[in-house]
Design a binder for this molecule. Structure first.
Ligand SMILES: Cc1cc2nc3c(=O)[nH]c(=O)nc-3n(C[C@H](O)[C@H](O)[C@H](O)COP(=O)(O)OP(=O)(O)OC[C@H]3O[C@@H](n4cnc5c(N)ncnc54)[C@H](O)[C@@H]3O)c2cc1C
Length: 639
């Protein structure tokens, strides 16, 4: 313990640190509290073990959030209480002692609001704040985050330790970052979000393990569906849950204001994600050269998937790959057909660059097919447009050109472009994979033929790229409205066409030509997006008389159908609530990306997320989140 504390404090005495470096004191206390917490959890779980309640199901129920699922036994409730008290006690003392450090780059101190189940005036349960505090304290230690996947793998392979680990993960990371065990189980969350004018992007977060996928073909598991097929079915189920929820909120026949969408992670939908890499390599070797050339992973062409429709062979793809990829395409179509029928948008996630040529190709095929305007005479179904959104990662050098080419293709081929703009989650891996090949001549997953890495090498380049794309996209939304908005007054009594002063030459269309979801936790980016909406005449400012507050923005339905902002569940709740406070609209302007799945399904997701979140939680973000939770805990207790 002493060694560990010395490690945390870089070998200096606490007095020294206390005097000169309050942040280190914060870490010191946090560390001590973490130890206390772990000891409490150990004692608690030992009690459970002594009472012979070994079953993982029961142990897992210790932290069961949705009490309606199943009722724990009385002795279990007692243990649960112990765990909660330990958690609360640890967090409170930490919060009280620690949070004296003020970060210069904090956004203006405001009351902390947990947007997951409350709005500005509703307080987050204290236990959630304490959980957030503990989770973000752990996320502030990069070595711990790096070790997390290995640590979890080892700990969950040892029988009793596995139960302890799962319990710990459940009451901390799972509850913080995962919305529930099933799509149905997230319904209370969906309702509370909507009450606070926030939407949801659902994501079934199972990770396909190649071993399990292959094992499902073994004779003993003959009757069991392969795991990737279960993922496809689950995604269809989540479309239905999203649609039923929206039908109950906005009505079955309306296509406006539907804000429960479904995310698609393509690598989870086939037996072996390696087939996507093989397809990417094939596409790179066979697609026409773009003029001017576009950095890797380039831009997709409608011919990219030809190999799946012909009998010709490729040195990159074996028969198994072809079968898997054909099936993937048909499963994706199945999901899209259901989404179209039920009026639920599908947002395709972006992944590592070595999957992107294949993902882009599938995405393009789906957008060309499903983002065409469907018959407007059919009143029986809510036709949301664009139905399919692709994800564009601003950390890729190609992105501005890729966006421009995608926009041109959509216009030339008369379909709606759906764009989710993010910075990108895999930066360190992309750099390492590229360097392994280019600098060290080693084998890696990178398939880029370019000298430069596919990603920008500095954060400021990525930021600049994100900002440029924001301006480009808001400009296109403005263009879209100029062309397609009717001259009749809208629900807020504003004629958007008159904002542009071009009432004539309007093309009548009920559907947007472009839909954009800006995914970011960055305050500057969010402020830029809101400012761009104002300067492009897409939002009207209110409250201008009040110098103390930032003006609120009034957005018409035509704009909110085209522009949405989003943050990950469990993260940047203050930013999400800031967006809600600053905007007035009939339907949510902001959504939370909510992963769901059982604990055992999401443990690989959580450990991968821990690593990916290093980018998200790096640069002091974890410390900021922790500090916010700490401030709120102190405010709650001491006023
Ligand atoms: C709703 C939503 C959906 C998302 N979906 C996806 C998805 O489908 N695919 C995906 O990849 N990610 C996705 N993400 C995660 C996203 O890409 C970012 O990792 C995350 O949001 C952090 O970026 P930021 O803009 O929030 O914050 P910031 O803290 O401002 O930016 C952090 C990001 O900057 C970039 N960066 C950091 N260091 C460097 C460097 N040295 N050089 C260049 N760039 C650097 C990285 O992209 C890093 O993630 C999603 C995020 C949200 C909110």
């Amino acid at each position: 313990m002493i060694l560990a504390i010395q490690d945390v404090t870089c070998g200096r005495s606490p007095e020294f640190i206390n005097q000169f470096h309050p942040l280190s004191t914060c870490h010191l206390f946090s560390f001590a509290i973490s130890i206390t917490f772990e000891a409490s959890m150990f004692t608690l779980t030992r009690q459970i073990a002594l009472r012979r309640v070994y079953s993982p199901h029961l142990v897992a129920s210790l932290g069961q959030r949705h009490a309606g699922h199943y009722a724990p036994s009385r002795r279990f409730s007692f243990s649960s209480l112990g765990g909660t008290l330990a958690l609360v006690g640890a967090g409170l003392s930490t919060a009280f002692f620690v949070e004296r450090t003020v970060h210069a780059d904090f956004p203006p101190a405001q009351k902390i609001i947990d947007s997951r189940n409350s709005d500005a005036n509703n307080a987050t349960p204290l236990s959630s704040l304490v959980r957030a505090y503990i989770v973000y304290t752990m996320c502030s230690f990069p070595p711990l985050v790096d070790a997390a996947p290995k640590l979890l793998e080892v700990l969950t392979s040892i029988p009793v330790i596995r139960n302890i680990t799962e319990t710990f993960v459940r009451v901390t990371f799972f509850d913080q970052f995962v919305g529930g065990e099933t799509a149905q189980g997230t319904l209370p969350l969906l309702h509370s979000f909507r009450e606070a004018n926030k939407g949801v992007l659902f994501a079934y977060s199972i990770e396909v393990d190649a071993n399990e996928a292959n094992a499902s073909n073994s004779p003993s598991k003959k009757k069991r569906q392969p795991i990737h097929k279960r993922c496809v079915d689950e995604m269809i189920r989540s479309v239905d849950v999203a649609a039923d929820f929206e039908d109950s909120i906005v009505g079955r026949h309306t296509h406006d204001g539907r804000r429960t969408w479904v995310a698609i992670k393509m690598t989870a939908l086939l037996p072996d994600a390696q087939s996507l890499i093989a397809l990417s390599s094939h596409i790179l070797a066979t697609r026409p050269q773009a003029e001017p050339s576009i950095p890797f992973p380039g831009c997709s062409y409608p011919t990219d998937l030809n190999i799946l429709d012909t009998d010709s062979s490729s040195r990159f793809l074996n028969d198994k790959d072809i079968v898997s990829l054909r099936e993937l395409h048909s499963d994706l179509r199945r999901i899209c057909l259901r989404a179209r029928e039920r009026g639920v948008k599908l947002i395709i996630d972006a992944e590592y660059s070595w999957y992107q040529p294949a993902i882009d190709a599938m995405q393009l095929a789906l957008m060309r097919e499903f983002n065409k305007v469907v018959s407007q005479n059919d009143e029986s179904r809510p036709a949301v447009q664009p139905l399919i959104y692709g994800t564009f990662q601003a950390y890729l050098r190609r992105t501005p050109l890729h966006l421009a080419q995608s926009y041109r293709d959509a216009q030339a081929n008369n379909y709606k472009l759906g764009v989710k703009l993010v910075r990108g989650a895999y930066h360190p891996h992309e750099v390492l994979a590229h360097e392994a090949v280019r600098l060290h001549g080693q084998h890696s997953l990178s398939i880029s033929p370019d000298e430069l890495p596919p990603v920008w090498t500095t954060k400021s380049e990525t930021d600049r790229c994100y900002d440029e794309c924001v301006k480009l996209l808001v400009g296109w939304v403005k263009e879209d409205l100029r062309r397609s908005t009717s001259t009749t007054s809208t629900s807020l009594g504003i004629s958007i066409a008159s904002w542009f002063g071009k009432k004539d030459k309007l093309k009548q269309s009920d559907y947007p030509n472009i839909g954009v979801l800006f995914g970011t936790h960055n305050w500057s980016s969010v402020k830029l997006i809101l400012n761009e909406l104002v300067t492009n005449g897409l939002a009207a400012t209110e409250n201008l008389g009040n110098q103390e507050e930032e003006p609120t923005l009034r957005l018409d339905d035509e704009v909110t159908e085209r522009v949405t902002l989003g943050q990950l569940y469990g993260m940047s709740d203050e930013l999400t609530s800031y967006i809600v406070r600053r905007t007035h609209s009939n339907s949510p302007m902001v959504i939370k990306y909510v992963p769901y799945g059982t604990l055992s399904e999401t443990i690989p997701y959580l450990s991968r997320r821990a690593i990916e979140n290093k980018s998200v939680l790096g640069d002091g973000h974890a410390s900021e989140e922790r500090a916010r939770a700490g401030r709120e805990i102190r405010t709650r207790i001491f006023g």
